[in-house]
Write a protein that binds this ligand. Structure first.
Ligand SMILES: Cc1ncc(C[n+]2csc(CCOP(=O)(O)OP(=O)(O)O)c2C)c(N)n1
Length: 339
């Protein structure tokens, strides 16, 4: 099977509408400032560590503009971006990152377990690969019930070396399930370069043929190309044509988690990728397309204010009370939570 590389030439692709492009930029800026503010809180010692996706925002933004009510998102511990991209309010998300009672999950999930079923954010998962079979199960349920919904499952490049990755994609392929597997290839699994521990160059795309799927590699820093790849995969899923596996090649600007300076990476490599920062790159593209820079600056200022409000809200919120320790931990035995 031949590989499909979605070329980094936005000019030859179907460019999304100006509203969608603006929306993608807004989401990227929201995620960027949200994470930067949260890192400042971490550095001040007021919260524990977590996993930033600064540099990788374009992926969440592209899918965020396409997914609708009923669609489901599964993410990893690096899932703040996907939570915001599904429209989960910033206040509750920031409060959850800080482990506060007002947080999305009462402060008991923390930054690695963000969940809002109402928004289709079906959780972020800290056990590598664990959520791929769960997402496959959600897609099986959608198909069984005849729903027109799509499940999108994000994971890292290192996860492609876990058995659950292969088992989940194989089942999704043979059952032709409406699920999209998105490998956010930031090129490192914790402190290890993916190339040192993987037999193929492209950890997801090169394995797609094993499951009868086309190899799809896309520039993970280019929102327009990601939007095109995501639209095609969503269309395929909704048309009953089965799963897709997309490899989005990107880079995390920071270390694996907030306490990691990421010094094991060559400085030239870091500089090169920071030079391809998706946020300013996309801003420049929108300005070139005729969007006034002042409009985008004003949007950014408003976002900064909203992020500040979210930080104030979270910092002023109490920690969960001790007597809530065992609440919302177990399903209560009936099946109401399934519906
Ligand atoms: C089953 C399992 N094994 C090991 C770990 C420890 N661990 C945490 S993050 C990580 C690396 C994951 O890399 P990747 O899938 O590329 O995701 P990224 O952090 O790059 O987003 C590992 C091995 C884990 N959480 N779960």
């Amino acid at each position: 099977m031949t590989a499909t590389t979605i070329e980094s030439d936005a000019g030859t692709q179907d460019v999304p509408s100006s509203e969608v492009r603006r929306d993608m930029y807004r989401l990227m800026v929201e995620i960027r400032h949200f994470e930067k503010r949260w890192m400042r809180i971490f550095n001040s010692g007021k919260t524990g560590p977590g996993h930033s996706s600064i540099g990788m925002e374009a992926i969440a933004a592209a899918f965020g503009t396409l997914l609708g009510e009923g669609d489901k998102t599964y993410a990893t511990y690096r899932g703040h971006a996907h939570t915001l991209a599904r429209g989960v309010p910033m206040n509750e998300t920031m409060a959850e990152l800080l482990g506060r009672a007002t947080g999305l999950n009462g402060g008991k999930g923390g930054s690695m377990h963000l969940t809002s079923v109402d928004h289709g954010m079906m959780g972020s998962y800290a056990i590598i690969g664990a959520h791929l079979p769960v997402a496959t199960g959600a897609a099986l349920a959608s198909k069984y019930k005849g729903e027109d919904t799509v499940t999108v499952c994000f994971f890292g490049d290192g996860t492609t070396n876990i058995g659950a990755f292969h088992e989940a994609i194989n089942l999704a392929a043979i059952w032709s399930l409406p699920v999209i597997f998105v490998c956010e290839n930031n090129q490192y699994m914790e402190y290890t370069p993916i190339r040192d521990v993987t037999a193929v160059d492209r950890p997801a795309a090169d394995r797609a043929a094993s499951y009868g799927l086309p190899a799809i590699e896309v520039d993970g820093n280019d929102p327009d190309l990601l939007h095109a790849a995501a639209s095609a995969a969503i269309e395929r899923a909704r048309a009953g044509q089965g799963p897709s596996l997309i490899e989005a090649v990107t880079y995390r600007h920071l270390g694996h988690a907030s306490a990691d300076p990421g010094k094991y990476r060559p400085q030239e490599e870091i500089d090169e990728w920071i030079g391809r920062d998706p946020v300013p790159m996309y801003k420049a593209r929108l300005v070139e397309a005729g969007v006034p820079a002042e409009d985008l600056d004003e949007m950014e200022q408003q976002i900064i204010q909203r992020v500040e409000q979210a930080a104030d809200f979270a910092l002023a919120s109490p920690l969960p009370a001790v007597d809530t320790l065992m609440t919302n931990v177990w399903a209560n035995g009936d099946s109401s939570w399934r519906r």
